[in-house]
Design a protein around this ligand. Structure first.
Ligand SMILES: C[S@@+](CC[C@H](N)C(=O)[O-])C[C@H]1O[C@@H](n2cnc3c(N)ncnc32)[C@H](O)[C@@H]1O
Length: 296
């Protein structure tokens, strides 16, 4: 069994570390886990999806932080990174498996060879409604608008109703557009390109998926179409101005929960201001009846 420090050393020594960003893998992994733990509650019963896991920086740091889910599945489209994870991480980090999955990505296709990869349909069948929690760090910062939707649909199909999925991205909103246009962003982003951008901003025309940002309404819409809803947002500091706890924006989605029968819905109890006067029928009952009529 390999020590975790040895796994990080293997990552540092591998050219694959450059493919996933090039920074120190332990520092990046730890930072991802800090973000994850701030927003998603993991415990021994969690079944966790690491979507676009790369060389497994997040997974290893999760184990290092003492998080012991019942299952962690790492998925990625690049055969060499999945081989690395299978050889170096699976034997050391318990309950961990990896899936090499289908998918094209102009930014990563040069690392993809002819190895058989599992189709989204097969994986949908295998993991339908399985994961209680999931995350994708620096994946939705490198995909086309088309793939953004397809990948959210795919991930959502594997999430349990009520489950949480956290992903990072670059969100275009009034503030981030203003900051980029004012030359404040932490990357050298072209102001004219931002001026011309509508729902999608591509920083580099020669490598469009090296940095891609999407409008807030578009992201919200895609998440909803995938059967999830955004339940938390924590902005990063990529646009400058010193706000944010991380570099990229963090979006937490909840897979739509199963709906309860109207009579089983717990209502906020109301305070009775006049204790002697019976409230007939009590407001919550009237409210229930009204909702029942409206919603069935
Ligand atoms: C910048 S790396 C981040 C890796 C990892 N999440 C981390 O933080 O260490 C982006 C990863 O997304 C993966 N990726 C890109 N397109 C994908 C897709 N369509 N489906 C699944 N993974 C994808 C890439 O292969 C790459 O490993």
């Amino acid at each position: 069994m390999t020590e975790l420090s040895q796994i990080y050393d293997l990552m540092r020594a591998s050219p694959m570390n450059d493919w996933v960003g090039g920074s120190d893998p332990e520092k990046v992994g730890d930072a991802c886990v800090n973000v994850l733990r701030r927003h998603v509650r993991l415990n021994g019963a969690s079944k966790v999806l690491d979507f676009g896991c790369g060389i497994g920086r997040g997974l290893v740091s999760l184990h290092k932080a003492g998080v012991r889910p019942t299952k962690i599945v790492g998925m990625d489209i690049m055969p060499p990174v999945i081989e690395f994870c299978e050889q170096n991480i699976a034997p050391t980090v318990p309950n961990t498996t990896f899936e090499l999955i289908e998918g094209m990505n102009d930014h990563y296709d040069r690392f993809i060879d002819e190895r058989d990869r599992a189709s989204h349909d097969d994986l949908r069948k295998k993991y339908q409604g399985y994961f209680t929690d999931g995350y994708a760090f620096s994946v939705f910062t490198h995909v086309t608008q088309d793939d953004f939707q397809k990948l959210l649909d795919f991930v959502s199909s594997m999430m349990k109703p009520g489950g949480r999925f956290l992903f990072t991205c670059f969100e275009l909103n009034a503030f981030s557009r203003h900051m980029v246009l004012s030359g404040q962003s932490m990357f050298p982003l072209d102001r004219q390109r931002m001026m011309d951008a509508q729902d999608v901003f591509i920083a580099n025309a020669d490598d469009p998926l090296s940095f891609i940002a999407f409008d807030a309404d578009l992201i919200r819409d895609m998440v909803w179409k995938a059967g999830m809803t955004i339940t938390r947002v924590s902005y990063g500091c990529w646009m400058g101005g010193g706000i944010g706890e991380s570099l990229q924006d963090v979006i937490v989605c909840t897979k739509l929960p199963e709906l309860k029968k109207i009579d089983d819905v717990e209502m906020t109890p109301l305070v009775r201001r006049e204790p002697d006067r019976p409230m007939t029928p009590p407001w919550p009952k009237r409210l229930r009846r009204y909702l029942k009529r409206r919603l069935g």
